[in-house]
Design a protein around this ligand. Structure first.
Ligand code: TRP
Length: 384
């Protein structure tokens, strides 16, 4: 067993204020920290093997998705590509398919099996390599879930009710009663992050409160149950620089609005979706996010896939109007995704392989989680 208690921690800039009233200031600080973290990742990429607190060793990262449906181009641009980049830099990568999170705010599990398989397909097609990246599901890793019990003892109910994500989801739930799992899922997410001693958590802005909660849990665990020893290091958010993309109708992307371009869609389906996209009657294409949000969004999508600034895409289209713009966007998306889609289709022909990837990922996650739980039991005087 490699578990050791240590009081050393890696030096990172001063911590974010836990209860910063100004969300923008918190976000700006998190962006600064992400830049520092990116530099540290390069330094640590070729480090020695990971020890259980991650100190002085190669960084580990964990991130994940809820298996609620197909991944779309927003996921691809903001997170999938970035995960592959970090994996390829040498960061030891964990990806949780958060199946228990699906039932925080809905009554049924939906097409769970198919959704999980769809995620694995997109992960592999995007370049996550199961030899280097552990892909696993919540429900298959009992020791991870058990960590939730000691962690729940470290948070107050008031703190859980204040969580902005929980509040938002509560507001969306239309007065339906709030489940205990919705209220406590940020603590479950802390278990996802801490079971593998992940130091890096690539997330979007909406997930920052969860990261703060996780950091508080790590700190409190060390203080309360481990006499100040660092059993859990505090993880850091790595924010994505990709701007928030809208759906093809210029409003928030949402499956139910039919305004998304999914990774699994065919080139023809993508072309049809973009043909139906909202634009405006001004023939001259300009990048004006405030005045022309729908057009700006299409320019942003094309720019991200082409590796060009949206302004330069607008220059290219100029007086061609919406039609020319849509052609440029369609070609950009379809060309950039052609390889991904071909690999995805190939992989889909081999469901046994997908199952084996998950089995191996789950086995590895179980090993890591059991080791962590053994340490937690030991420091809590519960090794019988
Ligand atoms: N809550 C995340 C989402 O809805 C998914 C997730 C689950 C996650 N566990 C995580 C993200 C741990 C980062 C770290 O997208």
């Amino acid at each position: 067993m490699t578990t050791s208690l240590t009081t050393s921690t890696t030096t990172l800039p001063t911590t974010l204020a836990a209860a910063d009233p100004d969300e923008n200031a918190t976000y700006a600080a998190a962006l600064d920290r992400s830049a520092v973290l990116d530099a540290l990742i390069d330094e640590r990429a070729s480090g020695s093997d990971v020890d259980d607190t991650g100190d002085g060793a190669r960084f580990r990262m964990l991130t994940g998705d809820r298996p609620t449906g197909p991944l779309h181009i927003g996921h691809y641009l903001a997170s999938l590509r970035n995960r592959v980049r970090l994996q390829d830099k040498g960061v030891e990568t964990f990806v949780v398919i958060a199946d228990y999170q699906v039932i925080t705010d809905r009554d049924s599990v939906g097409e769970m099996g198919a959704n999980v398989q769809g995620l694995v397909l997109d992960y592999l097609a995007a370049g996550l390599d199961p030899a280097r990246t552990t892909i696993f599901t919540h429900s298959a890793v009992p020791a991870l879930n058990q960590l939730m019990l000691p962690f729940l003892s470290l948070v107050t109910d008031a703190e859980l009710r204040r969580n902005p994500t929980v509040k938002d989801e509560l507001a969306l739930s239309d007065g339906r009663p709030l489940s205990g799992l919705l209220l406590t899922y940020p603590v479950h997410q802390a278990a996802d992050i801490l079971f593998c001693h992940s130091r890096i958590v690539p997330v979007g802005r909406d997930q920052l409160p969860h990261l703060e909660q996780t950091r508080a849990i790590a700190r409190r665990f060390n203080q309360r149950y481990a006499a100040g020893h660092s059993v859990f290091a505090e993880p850091e958010a790595l924010l994505s620089e990709v701007p928030l993309l809208l759906g093809t109708d210029g409003t928030k992307m949402s499956k139910s609005k039919g305004n998304v371009i999914n990774l699994r869609d065919t080139a023809d389906e993508t072309a049809a979706q973009i043909r139906a996209a909202r634009t405006d009657s001004d023939r001259r294409i300009t990048f004006d996010p405030k005045g022309r949000p729908a057009v700006a969004n299409l320019l942003t999508i094309a720019g991200l896939f082409l590796g060009a600034a949206p302004e330069s895409v607008a220059e290219r289209v100029r007086d061609g109007g919406a039609q020319a713009l849509k052609r440029v966007v369609t070609d950009a998306v379809n060309e950039a995704l052609a390889g991904h889609r071909a690999r995805r289709a190939d992989l889909a022909r081999d469901p046994a392989y997908l199952t084996s990837v998950l089995h191996e990922g789950n086995a590895r996650a179980n090993e890591v989680a059991e080791r962590t739980l053994a340490t937690v039991r030991a420091v809590m005087g519960m090794s019988y």
